[in-house]
Design a protein around this ligand. Structure first.
Ligand code: ADP
Ligand code: X15
Length: 313
């Protein structure tokens, strides 16, 4: 196959290379973000990008939440403007499976802070049967319930929100599961001292960095009852080997449920994807999203400008 790369994404050289492209050839352009006009969604820049093409296929799901010149502006100058195969798969899973899931449907939400996941938790609460929480955000939930959390990560200004999310789950009949035990560390370091404690008995001067073995057992038993699972955010500080067990266990469970029971498993981008890839289980899941921010916005129910700009099929 004839593939050629240009040193720019607009201009004379690009025009010449495009004009000389043989049937079936590929012209790869330089990164559009080297121009500030890209992120500003400058119409003149979008027009220049469009000038060498006849139609537009957007397969960059990871940037679909951005209204930039190459994702949104360019669609005003090229028709048809359509989704590529990857974009279609991302939308089928993240919109389709979540809007119309095989039930029971569980969501696992982790990661560092509750503040960055409020939208996704609230949106999923309206759809799931089971909501499993892990990662750094759980200490805000524990503190809101009056537990001592030692030096664990807590967002003091989100305590009321945590209480209201627990109440919302109850009102909607969603089974909200918080870990019953925790792996605590004496410092935030890969070689920290660690021990397993009940979630209700985190000692002063220690911090929770992973979910414990009882929590893993309970979470696994809940996941065994499901048909669809969506996962966003690691269960602990998985970058440190010593605190990766909870995240690895969830990754293994999802892989097993997908292959042996045909459960639909969707990994929603960012660090959870990195964790699944690190565990070598990426090809076992039903869908691994290529967009961190984009998948989160979709799961929050926000429209993506890069998708809205495309023509209906
Ligand atoms: N108990 C914890 N304390 C502090 N940080 C945590 C804890 N559990 C997980 N994290 C951190 O959360 C980060 C991922 O959070 P986030 O960016 O919200 O997830 P994602 O990228 O999957 O959406 C990881 O770097 C991980 O180390
Ligand atoms: O890497 C990307 O997204 P991700 O880190 O959210 O997966 C995309 O390129 C979007 O990046 P941006 O947040 O700089 O627009």
């Amino acid at each position: 196959m004839y593939v050629v790369m240009a040193n720019d994404c607009i201009g004379e050289e690009v025009e010449k290379l495009a004009a000389a492209l043989p049937e079936g050839g590929v012209l790869l352009l330089e990164n559009v973000r080297f121009y500030k006009e890209e992120e500003k969604n400058d119409p003149e820049f979008a027009k220049k990008l469009a000038s060498v093409a006849d139609l537009y296929v957007n397969d960059a799901f990871g940037t679909a939440h951005r209204a930039h010149a190459s994702t949104e502006g360019v669609t005003k100058f090229l028709k048809p403007a359509v989704a590529g195969f990857l974009m279609q798969k991302e939308l089928d899973y993240l919109v389709g499976a979540v809007a119309n899931p095989k039930k029971p449907f569980a969501a696992i939400v982790g990661g560092s802070k509750v503040s960055t996941k409020i939208g996704v938790i609230e949106s999923l609460l309206a759809k799931v049967d089971i909501l499993i929480l892990g990662g750094g955000m759980i200490y805000t939930f524990y503190k809101a319930q009056g537990y001592a959390v030692g030096k664990s990560l807590v967002e003091e200004d989100k305590l009321e929100l945590a209480t209201s999310l627990i109440e919302k789950a109850k009102a909607k009949g969603v089974s909200l599961l918080l870990p019953t035990d925790i792996v605590v560390a004496d410092k935030f370091a890969p070689n920290a001292e660690s021990k397993i404690v009940p979630a209700t008995a985190i000692p002063d001067d220690w911090m929770g960095l992973d979910i414990g073995p009882d929590a893993i057992k309970t979470f696994n038993a809940a996941l065994d009852t499901t048909q669809t699972i969506i996962w966003n955010g690691p269960m602990g500080v998985f970058e440190f080997e010593k605190f990766a067990a909870g995240t690895d266990a969830i990754a293994k469970k999802l892989a097993e449920l997908t292959t042996s029971k045909g459960v639909t498993t969707i990994i929603g981008g960012g660090d959870s994807v990195a964790a699944v890839e690190k565990a070598g289980l990426a090809d076992k899941m039903s869908h691994i999203s290529t967009g961190g921010g984009a998948s989160l916005e979709l799961l929050e129910g926000k429209p993506l400008p890069g998708v809205l700009a495309l023509d209906d099929a």
